[in-house]
Design a protein around this ligand. Structure first.
Ligand SMILES: *Cc1c(COP(=O)(O)O)cnc(C)c1O
Length: 404
């Protein structure tokens, strides 16, 4: 029975895009044909040997995959565990986002759609999408809140260097959720010519499934690499969770391995009060937001609330539906990591292993000690380093009052 449960869990979503009561499609009627078309093309691409060969080739020769699994010798010594780092920071453009952007750009070619739109918060998904579009000769428009544009100037310029048009969104809080709304509006109008490359395992079906699959290259490699290095499966996988794509990409190929604990780190921000963090499982409840049903941070009237995190990539009021499902089923656990702990993790990894992580990834490092304490001595822990920290160096200096 248990085995069959595990197999069923790994085979989700169902044909309606549901993970239990999460997921689905909550979008205007006009988008349903496009979502059906993407689903059909994607299901075909999944089995299409030419598509898969082209994707594999680009991941190898352009992105730089496979990324290494690095033994963190000094961290291991410190915590008396065997700690390994999955090095998504070494991908071209500096994070895991490119795995999905290239996969979806290839799908757009298959759909004969030459115009790409995307949303971005910190700018990293925008940069990854602009990169994939330059590589494959697609036109690219990226929606970004004007507040985020102000905070992420270098990424705005990077996208423009890559030939993308960056469109500022002046509505609402002028951040990610407003950029998503604007991208959806564009898509409704231009759906015949346009593919929307969504940046995380979020939104209406088939995005949560499709983004998960494109990111599962992380977990497939990690599984093979740890078996080669240690001769057995890990005890724990640990990853930060914004929308949830790097975490689900690492977790998914291990879902059937019941002995492997799956731990996600959410942004605990400045405190437990609503508005001060982005820990959906700590302060959120069931709701519908931007195309899907999941946990949503909302007030008593169901209004989505503002969020805060030191890391822009984790600063979102909802979370991918598969995580909600795994959490309710107790297959995965989620803990919050405060801004302060994430900053400590940022310094710890830099000083102990010579790797400056993205502030997002630093949330996983920040809870490593706590997670290690819940395991036996010598346990094997894989931490996903979803991106590199160059983009965050100035912000950390500012936060800590260091003049550059
Ligand atoms: C965008 C981003 C994240 C958060 O997104 P997920 O979809 O949860 O992975 C985490 N780390 C880095 C480096 C990012 O760029």
């Amino acid at each position: 029975m248990a085995v069959r449960d595990e197999a069923r869990r790994a085979a989700l979503p169902d044909s309606a895009g549901r993970f239990g009561r999460y997921g689905g499609r909550y979008v205007p009627e006009t988008l349903i044909p496009a979502l059906d078309q993407i689903t059909a093309a994607y299901v075909h691409a999944r089995k299409d040997r030419a598509f898969q060969a082209r994707l594999r080739d680009l991941l190898r020769t352009y992105v730089g995959r496979p990324t290494p699994l690095t033994h963190a010798a000094r961290l291991s010594e410190r915590f008396h565990r065997r700690i390994w780092l999955k090095r998504e920071d070494l991908n071209h453009t500096g994070a895991h986002k490119i795995n999905n952007a290239i996969g979806q750009a290839l799908l757009a070619l298959k759909l004969r759609k030459k115009r790409i739109i995307a949303e971005t918060g910190a700018g990293q998904h925008g940069v990854a999408t602009a990169t994939a579009c330059a590589l494959l000769g697609l036109s690219c428009r990226v929606y970004m809140g004007t507040e985020d544009m102000r905070r992420q100037q270098p990424n705005v310029y990077r996208m423009r260097l890559l030939g993308a048009e960056v469109v500022g969104v002046d509505a609402g809080t002028r951040t990610l959720k407003d950029a998503v709304n604007e991208a959806l509006r564009d898509w409704v109008t231009n759906v015949e010519s346009t593919h929307y490359i969504l940046g995380s395992a979020l939104g209406p079906h088939p995005y949560p499934m499709m983004v998960r699959d494109f990111q599962s290259v992380i977990g497939r490699e990690a599984r093979r690499q740890i078996l080669e290095s240690e001769g057995r499966l890990p005890d724990v996988l640990l990853a930060c969770v914004g929308g949830g794509s790097n975490a689900i990409g690492l977790f998914h190929p291990f879902l059937k391995d019941r002995s492997v604990r799956l731990v996600g780190a959410e942004a605990g921000g400045r405190g437990a009060e609503l508005g001060e963090h982005a820990a959906r499982f700590a302060g959120g409840r069931y709701g519908v937001f931007q195309g899907m049903a999941s946990y949503v941070l909302q007030d008593a009237d169901g209004q989505v609330v503002g969020t805060h995190s030191v890391s822009a990539g984790l600063d979102y009021a909802s979370i991918g539906p598969e995580h909600a499902w795994l959490r309710d089923g107790k297959r995965a656990e989620y803990i919050s990591c405060s801004d302060a702990k994430a900053l400590a993790g940022f310094h710890l990894l830099a000083e102990t292993e010579g790797i400056i992580p993205a502030l997002e990834s630093a949330h996983a490092v920040g809870v490593l000690e706590e997670v290690a304490k819940g395991t036996r001595r010598g346990a094997i822990i894989i931490v996903n380093i979803s991106g590199r920290g160059d983009k965050d160096v100035a912000e950390v200096a500012r936060t800590e009052g260091v003049a550059l």
